[in-house]
Design a protein around this ligand. Structure first.
Ligand SMILES: NC(=O)c1ccc[n+]([C@@H]2O[C@H](COP(=O)([O-])OP(=O)(O)OC[C@H]3O[C@@H](n4cnc5c(N)ncnc54)[C@H](OP(=O)(O)O)[C@@H]3O)[C@@H](O)[C@H]2O)c1
Length: 115
């Protein structure tokens, strides 16, 4: 997704996950993106945590960055058969996907996004 974003014109890519710079493979991805001539920031942030996302967005805007697009791909993989899924697992899966979408949608509503 990050490589695709560069292909369609992104100049600065902000990679966000809870592990941030500690995520496996992140160094290699940053190297590939920088090799294409874009700036890359790696940030540790839980997208379902409203305060953390507000801090991240405030930080970017405070540095004079114009946020152009948000790609919400955060998700927790789960392969449990539907009939065996418990409430805790549903909560964990929905937290990142739905909770993250709600937080991102609300906190970027006032920004002039392209996408
Ligand atoms: N790969 C497929 O075939 C496929 C098919 C259909 C749909 N999808 C969906 O497409 C998305 C990306 O897939 P993928 O294969 O790239 O999955 P992936 O490798 O598991 O990546 C998901 C990323 O989400 C991050 N994440 C999870 N919860 C988060 C949170 N609360 N806040 C911030 N980051 C969070 C994870 O990092 P941390 O754990 O460090 O936060 C991880 O980097 C997922 O939503 C997946 O369900 C994938």
């Amino acid at each position: 997704m990050a490589l695709w974003a560069v292909g369609v014109g992104a100049e600065h890519v902000v990679l966000v996950s809870r592990r941030g710079g500690g995520a496996p493979g992140v160094g290699e991805l940053v190297g590939r993106l920088e090799g294409l001539g874009v700036r890359v920031s790696v940030v540790g942030c839980d997208v379902a945590d409203r305060g953390a996302v507000a801090g991240l967005l405030g930080d970017l805007v405070g540095r004079g960055e114009r946020l152009r697009a948000v790609v919400h791909a955060a998700g927790v993989a789960q392969l449990t058969p539907l009939g065996e899924v418990g409430v805790g697992e549903v909560e964990e899966v929905l937290r990142a996907k739905v909770g993250g979408a709600v937080v991102l949608d609300e906190l970027t509503a006032g920004l002039d996004l392209d996408a």
